[in-house]
Design a protein around this ligand. Structure first.
Ligand SMILES: *Cc1c(COP(=O)(O)O)cnc(C)c1O
Length: 436
């Protein structure tokens, strides 16, 4: 399988190069040249596959030829050594809990898969690779932990000083070894800009092999398809019995997670409709409603991993639908929530169902609930992107409860933070990298 850039569909690249580059030279995002449907007999027996088998069938068209069947299967088994439960919350609504990985957030899926893929390619070529990753919270911890100790790879995590919760910060500033945390005096958008600029900088590129692990990386996008297939396969029999259509609701920031869902749909996974749920950074919901795309500086919210003013995967969604606004609107509905609404959602859900939502999942849950109220011929799941204990300040104050901190998190909290503070000027960052 070859991959093209959203900026130039005629120029194609192989998997290895697409992974090592992260972003194409022309600043476009890599897309697979085709998104083949699953074989009909696999689609028929979707419900009988294990998570690992499902992942294999979803990944195979994109990388089996390059990696070989054995390597691909081993990589999947190694990356996903944790549970992916689909938990019923109330009538017609289930929570797809993607927070059972090592950093308790869904980004573990993409990061662990990508780390193993890159590890495979660097081992083959004995080439040292430098990874730059900008994070508003969860990406940094997932990527840093995913790559910790992978030979031949160094990771620099850029994060906005003071805008990341202390428990998130501890998960990528305490690791040491091949992981360095850079505390940038600016916003998440500044961090993202620094990373993008570094990729376009000739000097730096001549000096080192730079690659990205942000949600723009194909190596993160592809594994995010797996759990949509997995959840759909489990919910489908009940939906068919009730003659309902399946819908998935996705709390979104950079829109990598939703893009992967749309790709899974293209492969034949029977999810009829999607919801893009956001906080007040509602650039995509506005675009869905008006057709007018206006990126703007991000606003800080309770659901801070979705504080994105320039959604980096938006170009992929446009590409998937051939720039057809109407076609996108047929598949996606947009919803957005203020912080006050998010708190109310968390309270109501807890009171009525006993389920503890985190602030991100709360947007997905409520959007789904609202949608089902108007469209009772649907049923579905929302993606619960992080464990509530990752946001103890907001969850405890909102629900007036005491959360027990999972052991995986306590372990991080006990360690000592180490970071390098840098201004948001590109030159400072470049000098630092050049000497690192
Ligand atoms: C990253 C993240 C999101 C947003 O995912 P995108 O793929 O950027 O849309 C939502 N919730 C949590 C907890 C996250 O870490």
């Amino acid at each position: 399988m070859l991959f093209y850039s959203t900026e130039n569909p005629t120029k194609k690249t192989d998997l290895r190069e697409a992974l090592l580059k992260g972003l194409a030279d022309d600043n476009g995002l890599y897309m697979p040249e085709s998104i083949p449907a699953l074989p009909p007999d696999i689609l028929r027996r979707l419900g009988t596959l294990s998570f690992h088998e499902m992942a294999y069938w979803m990944a195979a068209p994109f990388m089996e030829a390059e990696l070989g069947t054995r390597k691909l299967k081993a990589l999947i088994e190694d990356a996903f050594d944790f549970e992916v439960p689909l938990v019923p919350i109330c009538r017609d609504i289930a929570s797809l809990e993607l927070f059972h990985g090592p950093t308790l957030a869904f980004k573990d899926f993409g990061a662990r898969f990508l780390a193993r893929l890159l590890g495979h390619f660097t081992k083959e070529s004995q080439q040292e690779v430098t990874i730059l990753v900008a994070t508003s919270g969860d990406t940094g911890s997932a990527v840093a932990n995913g790559f910790l100790g992978v030979p031949g790879i160094r990771v620099f995590v850029l994060y906005p000083s003071g805008l990341v919760s202390s428990s998130q910060e501890k998960q990528f500033t305490t690791l040491g070894h091949n992981i360095t945390a850079l505390e940038i005096q600016g916003t998440f958008d500044d961090c993202q800009r620094l990373v993008k600029q570094a990729f376009l900088d000739r000097d730096l590129r001549n000096r080192m092999t730079l690659t990205s692990a942000n949600s723009i990386s194909l190596g993160r996008l592809i594994p995010q398809m797996f759990y949509y297939a997995w959840a759909a396969a489990q919910m489908l029999p009940e939906m068919v019995k009730q003659q309902k259509k399946l819908i998935a609701s996705v709390p979104s920031g950079n829109f990598g997670n939703l893009t992967a869902g749309l790709m899974a749909k293209k492969m034949g996974i029977p999810i009829h409709h999607f919801i893009a749920a956001t906080n007040v950074n509602d650039i995509v919901p506005i675009w869905l409603e008006t057709g007018s795309y206006r990126p703007r500086p991000s606003i800080a919210t309770l659901a801070n991993a979705m504080d994105v003013g320039t959604p980096s995967n938006f170009a992929r969604i446009l590409d998937l639908y051939g720039n057809d606004h109407k076609a996108v609107c047929e598949d996606i509905s947009g919803y957005r929530y203020t912080d006050e609404e998010i708190r109310n959602i968390m309270r109501t859900c807890y009171r009525e169902t006993g389920y503890i939502l985190d602030p991100h999942g709360a947007t997905g849950y409520e959007a789904l609930r609202s949608f089902l109220e108007k469209s009772p011929d649907y049923g579905g799941f929302f993606v619960e992107t992080a464990h509530p204990a990752k946001f103890p300040e907001s969850v405890e104050s909102t629900l007036q409860i005491h959360l027990t901190v999972p052991e995986k998190l306590q372990e991080f909290l006990r360690r000592e933070k180490k970071s390098v503070v840098l201004t948001k000027q590109f030159e400072t960052f470049k000098d630092f990298l050049s000497e690192a």
